[in-house]
Design a protein around this ligand. Structure first.
Ligand code: OAD
Length: 223
């Protein structure tokens, strides 16, 4: 079976990485316009780097959980899996998933706003860092900010359209275009989340509960 999976912050929540919109979520404590937009970065790059430096440190200390591990194991079965994530952490890869499609970029990568070069981010980034390729001090985290176009959208749309099953895991479905992917699905659709998301009605089936419990049991049933 061809399965396209979209994950969100809920899949990493039990690894100790905060979600965005839950109680105490990151966007209840930080102004996303200040730290997650190109305009915010232009205004105060040090503040934005501080924010992502803290996220990078949290991520480096965190470990993949049972949901990440189960999804990596699913790819070792006969099913044809495309794993798409909105998460900028690297926990899917560290659990063993290959070819993870990072539609919102990656915390552990840096991008030069001048020449487009990409490289492994140091743990701590700073506005004065020079691009290793062109030398300009215009380096930024390789993160898709609000107002920017998510990465790999053509490949993602194709994978969702051709899938027999589309599964969204741990996402509030508040952010587009990720939240609209379910509309492209022609096969069955399943939402796995703690609670009904904003787009719950668009899914055929639902499994509610913590990702570390629900995802491994769903994977075990499919394998
Ligand atoms: P949100 O924080 O908006 O939503 C997290 C979802 O996970 C909620 O629906 C929770 O109910 C659910 N959840 C929390 N803990 C869970 C658990 N243990 N098991 C299962 N589900 C759980 O995060 P996203 O939907 O991923 O973008 O947010 C989407 C995008 O908004 C992010 O990629 C980020 C953010 O702004 C950018 O920064 C560009």
């Amino acid at each position: 079976m061809k399965i396209a999976i979209l994950t969100g912050a809920g899949v990493s929540a039990e690894s100790g990485l905060g979600t965005f919109r839950d109680k105490n979520g990151l966007w209840t404590r930080y102004d996303l316009n200040e730290v997650a937009t190109p305009e915010g970065f232009a205004l105060n790059p040090a503040l934005v780097h501080d924010f992502y430096n803290a996220r990078r440190a949290n991520c480096a200390e965190a470990s993949p959980n049972a949901a990440h591990v189960a999804l990596a194991q699913l790819a070792e079965t006969a099913h044809d899996i495309t794993l798409i994530t909105q998460n900028v952490d690297d926990l899917h890869s560290r659990a063993g998933s290959l070819n993870v499609v990072h539609m919102h970029g990656e915390l552990m990568r840096a991008l030069c706003a001048s020449c487009g070069a990409r490289w492994d981010a140091p743990l701590v980034m700073d506005p004065s860092d020079a691009c290793p390729s062109c030398g300009a001090a215009t380096t930024r985290p390789d993160i898709v900010w609000f107002g920017e176009i998510p990465y790999h959208m053509d490949a993602i749309a194709e994978a969702v359209e051709r899938a027999d099953l589309f599964v969204a895991i741990g996402t509030s479905a508040e952010v587009y275009p990720a939240a609209g992917l379910v509309e492209l699905a022609r096969g069955q659709t399943l939402e796995i989340n703690l609670e009904a998301s904003a787009r719950a009605n668009a899914f055929d089936d639902h499994l509610f509960g913590p990702a570390t419990e629900v995802v491994p049991s769903w994977v075990a049933e499919l394998s």
